[in-house]
Design a protein around this ligand. Structure first.
Ligand code: COA
Length: 260
C-alpha cells in the first residue's frame, strides 16, 4: 500500500512500521492514524508477518502526541468523536491484534505517542527517550486510553502523578516503573526489537494469539479473564501447533510450528 505519513517494511517475518513525519516530531494527525490502522491491519492479516515493530523516524521522537494543530478549535462533540475514533482505529485496534506488537521508543513519546506505545503488547526504549502525558498542560486529558493503560502499567499513584504534573520521565524511571521492559542505545534499539521478535517467532503463533486474548481479558470490563484463559487453553489442544510442540518435545527435537 502507498502511504504518505508512515513507512512499512516486511522482511524475515517482521513488519516494521515507522511513523514518518519527523518535522512534526511524528505527531499523530488524522491521516497518520488512518494509515497506521491500514498498515497494522495489513500486517496482522499477512502470513509473511509474525511480529510487528513500531517506531518513529528521525533522532528526536517516537511520537510527540496527537497533532495539536488539528484539534485546537474543536468543540465538545468533536472532541469526544476525536477520542472515540482514534481509540477504535488505532489504540484499541493495536492492543487487540493477534500478531505481537513491540513499540521501539526512540525519543519523545508524549500524549498520544505514549498512549500508542502503551497500546502495544510491550515496549523497549533507547536512552534518549522521554515519556509523559502532558495533556492537562493543554487543558485536556489523555483521550487515547492513557488514563486507563498508564495505571495498568505503572500503578495508580504513579499514573496520577504523571498525569497531574504533565511531566516527562526518562528511561531509567520508565524502566523502574515497568513502563518499558528494556533500555538500550539508539543504535541498538531496532536490533534489540528484532532479537526479541526472533525469540517470539520460534514459538507457536496460534498459542501466542490465545495468550494475547487471555492477558488482555484481565483488563476488559465484564470479562472473566480466568474463563477466557480456560477457553483459549482448551482451543490449543485442537491445533497442529500443539501436536507439533508436544511431539517435538517428546522426540527431543526443536519444534517446527506450522502456525495452525
Ligand atoms: N502536535 C503538532 N505539532 C507538533 C507536536 C504536536 N503534538 N509536537 C511537536 N510538533 C511540531 C512543532 O509545532 C514544530 O513544528 P514547526 O517546526 O512547524 O513549528 C515541530 O514539531 C518541532 O517541535 P518543537 O517544539 O520545535 O521541538 P522542541 O525540540 O523544541 O520541543 C517537544 C519538543 C516535544 C518538547 C515539543 O514539541 C512539545 O512540547 N510538543 C507537544 C507535546 C504535547 O503536548 N503532546 C501532547 C499532545 S495532546
Amino acid at each position: 500500500m502507498n502511504y504518505q505519513n508512515i513507512l512499512s517494511n516486511t522482511s524475515n517475518g517482521i513488519t516494521t512500521i515507522t511513523i514518518n513525519r519527523p518535522n512534526k516530531l511524528n505527531a499523530l494527525n488524522r491521516d497518520t492514524i488512518q494509515e497506521l490502522h491500514n498498515a497494522f491491519d495489513e500486517a496482522n492479516t499477512s502470513s509473511a508477518t509474525k511480529v510487528i515493530i513500531i517506531t518513529g523516524s528521525g533522532e528526536k521522537a517516537f511520537v510527540a502526541g496527537a497533532d495539536i494543530s488539528e484539534f485546537a478549535d474543536f468543540d465538545v462533540k468533536q472532541g469526544g468523536k476525536l477520542a472515540a475514533k482514534g481509540q477504535e482505529l488505532l489504540f484499541d485496534f493495536v492492543e487487540n491484534l493477534s500478531t505481537p506488537v513491540i513499540a521501539a521508543v526512540n525519543g519523545f513519546a508524549l500524549g498520544g505517542g505514549l498512549e500508542l506505545a502503551m497500546a502495544c503488547h510491550f515496549r523497549i526504549a533507547s536512552t534518549n527517550a522521554k515519556m509523559g502525558l502532558p495533556e492537562v498542560s493543554l487543558g485536556v486529558i489523555p483521550g487515547y486510553g492513557g488514563t486507563q493503560r498508564l495505571p495498568q502499567l505503572v500503578g495508580k499513584g504513579r499514573a496520577m502523578e504523571m498525569v497531574m504534573t504533565a511531566g516527562m520521565i526518562d528511561v531509567n524511571q520508565a524502566l523502574e516503573y515497568g513502563l518499558v521492559n528494556h533500555v538500550t542505545s539508539e543504535d541498538e534499539l531496532i536490533p534489540l526489537a528484532e532479537k526479541l521478535a526472533g525469540k517470539i517467532m520460534r514459538n507457536s503463533s496460534v498459542a501466542i494469539k490465545g495468550a494475547i486474548k487471555a492477558i488482555n481479558a484481565n483488563y476488559k470490563d465484564g470479562v472473566d479473564g480466568y474463563k477466557t484463559e480456560i477457553k483459549q487453553f482448551g482451543k490449543c489442544f485442537g491445533t497442529e501447533d500443539f501436536k507439533e510442540g508436544t511431539t517435538a518435545f517428546l522426540e527431543k527435537r526443536k519444534a517446527d510450528f506450522p502456525g495452525k
